[in-house]
Write a protein that binds this ligand. Structure first.
Ligand SMILES: [Zn+2]
Length: 168
């Protein structure tokens, strides 16, 4: 029992170390998104996408697209990565890198993912990459101008009280 506990602790520590980038670079974050792309579950589109989001404390969370036989239940790589981060207690981000197999186009997040990013601020960085690792930097604000987020009045006190809505 003791030896299995020790092994587990060691493995856990190793995993954490690998996912913390004390001095990160866009290139390293793009590489992590490419590694995540290799895990893509996309039997329907065969379009592999990976994402790596860098939390403000230096922790990196990766995600891939996860498709489903019920197409609309599928999830994008970006939202997978961000959800993994949020579910582990991180809601402040520096950057996210996105990778695909496209050779001559920078992979661009869908509208739903842009809004999903926007929830956690509009002034953080998105690295759109090509398969060779080259990238284009845009901010969330540039990808989703005129957006609204949690600080918007309509999502705060002025929100309609759902209890006052007629039951469907
Ligand atoms: Zn998306």
């Amino acid at each position: 029992l003791i030896s299995s506990l020790v092994t587990h602790t060691h493995t856990h520590t190793l995993t954490c170390d690998l996912n913390i980038m004390n001095s990160w670079s866009p290139e390293a974050l793009v590489r992590k998104s490419q590694e995540a792309r290799n895990q893509a579950y996309c039997p329907y589109s065969k379009f592999r996408v990976g994402a790596a989001v860098l939390a403000s404390n230096g922790t990196v969370f990766t995600g891939c697209n996860v498709e489903n036989a019920c197409y609309t239940a599928g999830l994008c790589a970006e939202r997978t990565a961000i959800s993994k981060a949020v579910s582990e207690g991180h809601t402040s981000f520096k950057a996210i890198a996105i990778a695909s197999d496209l050779e001559d186009r920078f992979i661009s997040p869908c509208g739903a993912c842009r809004q999903f990013m926007r929830e956690f601020g509009s002034q953080w960085d998105v690295y759109l990459s090509k398969s060779d690792g080259s990238y284009k930097l845009m901010t969330v604000e540039e990808l989703l101008p005129c957006s609204f987020g949690p600080e918007d009045p309509r999502t705060g006190e002025n929100t309609v009280d759902v209890r006052s809505l007629p039951l469907l």
